[in-house]
Design a protein around this ligand. Structure first.
Ligand code: NAD
Ligand code: LMR
Length: 342
């Protein structure tokens, strides 16, 4: 009890103690779900957020009432689908996170979620294009490789598409790569930053372990340890789906990753130099029909896509992973674009 109270007051102090501009309005669509709830809590604790709008087709008012009692300066308001709640939740939103959609069950691939989630993401994107066309959008709903192109097509159709404002949140892959490699190498996770490029599903997830000293060692040794590490990073989501045994997929680590992604934009908007791997419209492999790709991206002071950096030097084993990623990613992107042509 005492420890919890001390923790609460130090969180509140952190939330009050910033000298930065804490005036950013954030909306979470799908806020009552397994990801949405802890993500909303973490955003409420972020001192750079001034207002949090939570939208869901169920329970959003309750989640917002609960989260709003955390004694941090931001205000949190919930909206359901009645009385134009979706549009109200998006008014003046500057960052929109979309975790709305079905999660996997054992035996499913992320692509198996396409039929359920494509139309959910499309409809939420239509509302965002109408009410908050200038917001930065972070898509969490799977299959990310396809849902991000869907949002792009919706914004194009509405005549408001700015590729610099649209992101797929692939941060969980980076978080996992850091956790798993530091576990092997004995390094500090916070200082073990593995670039993960490509997309967000199985073979489209390409960890570039050779680009940091502790990863380079593992890559050069090769063998079973490398194969197991790469597989664990690419299929970390399956590990959680299996362990949850039908009750869904990663929620808490995803909320952590989503809050970290949002914090990267917020810090960049407050003058910090920030570079993250994130899935954006990208020229890097456009000549191969891959128009969206995750690579290191400099976040501009507007919280938008700045310089898109190339993948850098690859070990031959990483080049193989990249070669395998591109055709799959191309198909996933085409699926999203074709869905919007129907
Ligand atoms: P969940 O079922 O617990 O929550 C989803 C929420 O979305 C529910 O509260 C539901 O009511 C809401 N929802 C459904 N349709 C909606 C609509 N039209 N408008 C608003 N809200 C709507 O699922 P979850 O575990 O939170 O996962 C959500 C999504 O995130 C899934 O598609 C999952 O695959 C994906 N995911 C992505 C990553 C990633 O790395 N990008 C990681 C984990 C999960
Ligand atoms: C993940 O990587 O955990 C998410 O994409 C959820 C999933 O279906 O694996």
């Amino acid at each position: 009890m005492f420890a919890a109270a001390r923790q609460t007051s130090s969180l509140a102090k952190r939330a009050f103690s910033t000298s930065s501009v804490n005036n950013t309005r954030v909306a979470v669509l799908g806020a009552a779900g397994g990801i949405g709830q802890p993500l909303s809590l973490l955003l409420k604790l972020n001192p750079l957020v001034s207002h949090l709008s939570l939208y869901d087709i169920r329970l959003a008012a309750g989640v917002a009432a609960d989260v709003d009692h955390c004694n941090t300066p931001s205000k949190c308001v919930g909206y359901g689908p009645e009385d134009g709640g979706l549009e109200k939740s998006l008014e003046n939103a500057e960052i929109i996170l979309i975790p709305a959609g079905m999660p996997r069950k054992p035996g499913m691939t992320r692509d198996d979620l396409f039929n359920a989630n494509a139309s959910i993401v499309r409809d939420l994107a239509k509302a965002a294009a109408k009410v908050a066309p200038k917001a930065r959008i972070g898509v969490i709903a799977n299959p990310v490789n396809s849902t991000v192109p869907i949002v792009a097509e919706v914004f194009k159709a509405a005549g408001v598409y700015d590729p610099k404002r649209l992101f797929g949140v692939t941060t969980l892959d980076i978080v996992r790569a850091s956790a798993f490699l530091s576990g092997i190498a004995g390094t500090k996770p916070a200082e073990t930053n593995v670039p993960v490029v490509g997309g967000h599903s199985g073979p489209t997830i390409v960890p570039l372990l050779s680009q940091l000293p502790e990863g380079k060692k593992v890559v050069e040794q090769g063998g079973e340890q490398l194969a197991a590490l790469v597989k664990r990073i690419q299929f970390g989501g399956d590990e959680v789906v299996k362990a949850k045994d039908g009750a869904g997929s990663a929620t808490l680590s995803m909320a952590y990753a989503g809050a970290d992604w949002a914090d990267s934009l917020l810090r960049a908007m407050n003058g910090e130099q920030v570079e993250i791997c994130t899935y954006v419209e990208s020229p890097l492999y456009a000549d191969k029909g891959v128009s969206f790709f995750s690579s290191p991206v400099q976040i501009s002071s507007e919280g938008t896509v700045g310089e898109i950096k190339p993948v850098g030097q690859l070990h031959p084993s990483e080049q193989k992973l990249l070669d395998a990623c591109l055709p799959d990613l191309k198909k996933n992107i085409e699926a999203g674009v074709n869905f919007m042509k129907q």
